[in-house]
Design a protein around this ligand. Structure first.
Ligand code: FMN
Length: 213
């Protein structure tokens, strides 16, 4: 049975709930459609949902850093508490085979809420290790799809700090099988937006067909 983890990071809501595509979240709408398409052909799949856009996880703090670098058998109750959210997020990451991320581009990169999520899951001894060979990612055997939404277009642009950053940080923890779907030009009028959404939906279909083989 396939297990999926869906992570949304737009603070905006899904648009059939109210409003129109121009002021509701397109990334959230696309991840939701992906999950619905998946479940249509695989009704027994299990989906865990994490919404860091509307329910942000906290930025890491001094106690978190102290706790993360303390050997597990030396953690006191306060330090254990500092890692509680991180443990929860990492456990749900490990429990999934397929990872589905909805990530808007904000100021050429990821929203701060998603960066806070990344800081919680990139953790020594849990998702990466350091040994004499250097750093080793510990999150193996995952396939990830990252659906990004962007007002403009960044094909071959040096201003895309989103995909290269996400590739680097996911690969650092061992997630190397990553497909990106960019819904671009969403701020360039209704026609361009509809074209981008249709093209993203076609890519989603392809990925599901590929993953469910
Ligand atoms: C705070 C903020 C910053 C943004 N920065 C960029 C940007 O750097 N480049 C871009 O192409 N679009 C930018 N946009 C547009 C969003 O990427 C676009 O509206 C996207 O649809 C947001 O994702 P969502 O629809 O899932 O909420 C920005 C939007 C906001 C609200």
């Amino acid at each position: 049975m396939a297990t999926l983890l869906q992570v949304d990071s737009s603070p905006r809501g899904v648009y059939p709930e109210g409003g129109t595509a121009s002021h509701r979240s397109i990334s959230r709408t696309l991840t939701k459609q992906l999950i619905q398409m998946w479940q249509h052909t695989d009704p027994n799949s299990q989906v865990t949902y994490r919404d860091v856009g509307r329910y942000p996880v906290p930025p890491i703090d001094e106690a978190w850093i102290a706790a993360a670098f303390t050997p597990p058998d030396q953690l006191n109750p306060n330090l254990e508490t500092a890692l509680k959210i991180s443990d929860e997020l990492i456990d749900e990451l490990f429990a999934a085979d397929f990872l589905v991320f909805g990530i808007p581009m904000y100021n050429y990169s990821v929203p701060a809420n998603f960066k806070a999520y990344i800081d919680q899951i990139v953790r020594v001894r849990r998702t990466f290790a350091i040994d004499s060979d250097g750093y080793q990612g510990l999150v193996s055997d995952k396939r990830a799809v990252v659906i990004t939404t962007r007002g403009g277009s960044y094909a071959n642009s040096p201003l895309d700090f989103q995909e290269p950053y996400l590739r680097a940080v996911f690969e650092f923890i061992g997630i190397t099988d990553i497909a990106f779907i960019h819904a671009e030009n969403l701020a360039m009028g209704t026609e361009a937006r509809q074209r981008a959404i249709a093209s993203a939906q076609a890519s989603i279909h392809q990925i599901i067909a590929n993953w469910q083989q």
